[in-house]
Design a binder for this molecule. Structure first.
Ligand code: KG4
Ligand code: ZN
Length: 334
């Protein structure tokens, strides 16, 4: 079954054509340059850019794959005005071509992203449930037991800022631009990931698996205010270490509590090679394993991962019953 998938949940306009887990085509129009000068995503600008680009992105994705059997679209979570653009387009296409519509939770997409294959069917790995699935992005920090296909139990999430959001805000305080994650990673690497400042690791004492990064951000803010002109690379590196160390320690706790030592990790922040190494070190301690998206584009937002989830839904005949009634759910949960 061939699926045309669309994601407009935040600041990328994305379309892909997939067959099962194989991605036949994938197009992403990133709005980063539009939002950069505002230091974050501006909803009204995101909406307009999605509206301007969506037809082009779909046309490119379907250029060599005109035929498809179903249309998949992200229903949430995300920016309401952005989600709406993709959903409206998906409904139009499903109607025009008399195809079934499949709605997908964006977080499911990130959870499945390590299993997404290229057009040749690589990587070939099989599913070995259950997994401890982590979504670490600009909008989410979620710990989930991935029990079986389309079967999830959320066991922890952030109470305020997401991990990527914390990195972005710290970078902004250091005047390093947006998005901040990649810049912090680069600067930290230049000073070998030193941690000279020991910024707080929030919520490590609590028994649960929730996160709270806003306190770390605030303490960083006051530190910079009291100590202006500090060495930027060391500060960037120490902040990044505080965020990554918090994630790793919480993951260690999650492995202990659930007894699951096979991890899948998705989301923009897992583009970070330092974090990947820390995860590998962690699972080695328990003879576990960790899977990451095999291609960089699969870490950030994309429609390929949405299409792959939709394939598993289609196999189980989970379609939208009344397409006219499909509506965005900005705070959709798993
Ligand atoms: O998944 P994503 O593209 O969008 C959301 O759904 O949120 O994630 C974007 C986030 C941003 O916060 C960005 O700073 C972060 O991922 N990010 C990184 C890296 N590349 C992107 N964080 C750390 N290291 C990176 N290399
Ligand atoms: Zn995302």
């Amino acid at each position: 079954m061939r699926i045309l998938a669309i994601d407009t949940s935040c600041d990328e306009t994305a379309a892909a054509v997939v067959e099962g887990r194989r991605v036949l085509s994938n197009v992403i129009y990133s709005q980063i340059l539009i939002h950069k000068k505002w230091g974050g995503v501006v909803p009204s600008l995101a909406k307009r850019a999605h509206e301007e680009k969506i037809d082009f992105v779909i046309k490119e994705a379907t250029k060599n794959f005109r035929q498809f059997d179903a249309v998949a679209v992200t229903q949430g979570p995300g920016l309401a005005v952005a989600l709406e653009v993709g959903i409206k387009k998906a409904k139009e296409l499903a109607k025009e071509y008399h195809k079934k519509l499949i709605s997908v939770n964006h977080l499911e997409g990130h959870i499945y992203s390590p299993f997404v294959q290229n057009s040749q069917g690589n990587p070939k790995l099989d599913f070995k449930f259950p997994y401890l699935a982590l979504v670490i992005s600009g909008g989410h920090t979620e710990f989930v037991i991935f029990k079986n296909h389309l079967d999830y139990e959320v066991i922890g999430s952030t109470l305020d800022d997401a991990a990527g959001e914390a990195l972005d805000k710290a970078a902004k305080l250091l005047n390093l631009g947006y998005p901040g994650g990649p810049v912090l990673e680069r600067l930290a690497k230049e000073v070998e990931n030193v941690d000279n400042y020991g910024f707080p690791r929030p919520m490590l004492k609590s028994r649960d698996l929730n996160f709270s990064f806003s306190g770390l951000k605030t303490s960083f803010y006051y530190f910079l205010k009291k100590n202006p002109g500090g060495p930027v690379k060391e500060l960037a590196s120490s902040f990044q270490e505080a965020v990554l160390d918090t994630i790793i320690k919480k993951t260690e706790k999650a492995i202990r509590q659930t007894g699951i030592n096979r991890l899948v990790v998705g989301g923009g922040v897992i583009a970070n090679l330092r974090l990947r190494q820390l995860f590998r070190n962690l699972v080695n301690k328990s003879q576990g394993e960790v899977l990451f998206p095999s291609y960089k584009y699969l870490t950030g937002d994309n429609a390929a991962m949405i299409g792959v989830v939709a394939s598993f839904k289609a196999e189980r005949r989970v379609f939208v019953q009344d397409a006219d009634k499909l509506d965005r759910i900005p705070r959709m949960v798993l």
